[in-house]
Design a protein around this ligand. Structure first.
Ligand code: SF4
Length: 462
């Protein structure tokens, strides 16, 4: 064994979804706790960790490309390359064989051991699902400003035939309400104004703890009671387990924001059956209508998959028709890619070519554009409470912000071209223009939480 271990200068590249970002933040917290220095650029790093995503083909390609890019930096200041996350549990052995520049792996069960692993390295784990779920005792280093994700559970027990996530993220396992309340209080102490609750299957929260069908409702109530965080939202509702009491609470409680991200995946009964998703187009439309009744200022988002095996022109037409009727505020879409080991990957009949799937993907997004635009145009002239994110990514002359119907990163932004407000704080904005993706507005006043008086000149430095 070598002598005393020197702290490392570690750079972490985080790929994939917000759930993965939370894992990255836990690793960053552990690294800092163990005395390592977190650096923001490759030039400063002697150790690089790539936290990978293995969701679909595109994500896997991006993960491998990033690992190769980092491998090319070895010997130019970077001494060690570690790979973490989904790809480790799913393809660790293959990565070890194909990319010998990788010095070590951090599996999904080893997030909290990362401080040690950057010193000693570790081989890939045997392929298989993760078992661990971290709790509030994990030191977490936030990478977001003004908001934070709160991971309420890990894994998934649903049988969706296109999805391989349960095979490496493991069985559904919830954190306790006490652990989540403790973490939420700590995040509030760090100054966050928005909590985004998430899991692979958020609406099933607590079932495994014996909380029955109202687990997520109980959790949200506990968070409302124990904190004063002005915005609490949850992401990724599963349509057949969504508790309508949650919608009722949204309508009654301003701090539980009226926003529903409900991936429906398709509308045609034959495709839904082949996906083993349950539900029906008419049932989904009733659910959306009910959501609008119970929480009139609700904003709705859904995600769909096109090109699933067996999807005919007629099935796709059904989906287009559904999207017109649903009038969603935000829509995401994926072109299907077969995931090894899933039941859908075994389907041979009715294959949709990649070109056709990409064409349907484009047509679905095009069909949504006028709907999204009309939904946003209704907001022109309205005064909305927003969370200011900071200076616009493209130009320092604008600020960017979100209203309660826009979740971080996915639902577009409000570009502020008149007035200023501090980043990470709430303000009031009048919407002056609407586009299919973004809104434009001007600051008309701070409307923060009581006792918080924003310093209006801070934004310029962020
Ligand atoms: S709900 Fe379905 S799509 Fe989502 S993670 Fe679970 S199995 Fe995959």
């Amino acid at each position: 064994m070598s002598g005393p271990r020197a702290p490392k200068k570690v750079g972490v590249v985080s790929l994939g979804c917000p759930k993965n970002l939370v894992d990255t933040e836990v690793m960053l917290g552990e690294l800092r706790r163990q005395g390592h220095e977190i650096v923001g650029s490759l030039d400063e790093a002697d150790t690089v960790i790539v936290n990978t995503c293995g969701f679909i083909d595109e994500a896997k390609e991006e993960s491998v490309d990033t690992i190769l890019e980092m491998a090319a930096e070895k010997g130019k200041g970077v001494e060690k390359l570690l790979v973490a996350g989904c790809m480790v549990n799913r393809y660790g052995q293959e990565l070890a064989e194909e990319i010998p520049e990788i010095d070590g792996f951090v599996s999904l069960d080893q997030l909290r051991e990362v401080g040690e692993l950057v010193q000693i390295g570790s081989g890939p784990p045997p392929p298989g699902p993760a078992h661990v779920v971290f709790d509030h005792t994990a030191p977490r280093l936030l990478t977001t400003r003004g908001y934070a994700y709160l991971k309420v559970a890990e894994g998934c027990d649903n049988p969706c035939t296109f999805c391989a996530i349960p095979s490496w993220r493991g069985q559904f396992r919830s954190r306790t309400i006490d652990s989540l309340v403790t973490e939420a209080r700590e995040l509030e102490g760090e100054g966050i104004r928005e909590l985004c609750l998430l899991a692979q299957d958020t609406t099933r929260y607590g079932e495994d703890l014996g909380l029955g069908k109202h687990g997520l409702l109980r959790l949200v109530e506990a968070l409302l009671e124990a904190t004063e965080v002005p915005w609490i939202r949850f992401l990724y509702a599963y349509p057949t387990t969504l508790d309508s009491e949650l919608l009722r609470l949204m309508g009654a409680e301003e701090r539980f924001v009226s926003y529903l991200d409900i991936p429906l995946q398709h509308s045609h009964p034959e495709i839904l059956t082949a996906m083993r998703r349950g539900g029906s187009a008419e049932g989904y439309l009733r659910l959306l209508e009910r959501a609008r009744e119970l929480a009139p200022d609700i904003f709705l988002r859904s995600t769909f998959i096109v090109g699933f095996p067996g999807e005919t022109d007629e099935h796709f037409g059904h989906l287009l028709d559904f999207v017109e009727r649903a009038e969603l505020d935000h829509l995401g879409a994926f072109a299907y890619s077969p995931e090894p080991g899933t039941p859908a990957a075994e389907l041979t009949a009715g294959q949709v070519s990649r070109a056709e799937a990409r064409g349907r993907h484009r047509r679905l997004l095009e069909a949504q554009r006028p709907i999204a635009l009309a939904r946003r145009e209704r907001l022109v002239g309205e005064r909305l409470r927003v969370l200011v994110e900071g200076v616009c990514e493209e130009t320092e002359h604008l600020l960017q912000a979100r209203h309660h119907g826009m979740a971080p990163d996915i639902d577009g932004r409000i570009l502020i071209n008149d007035g200023t407000a501090p980043a990470g704080e709430l303000a009031e904005v009048e919407i002056t223009e609407a586009y299919a993706d973004d809104l434009v507005g001007r600051v008309v006043g701070p409307r923060g939480v009581p006792g918080v008086e924003p310093a209006m000149d801070r934004a310029a430095n962020l």
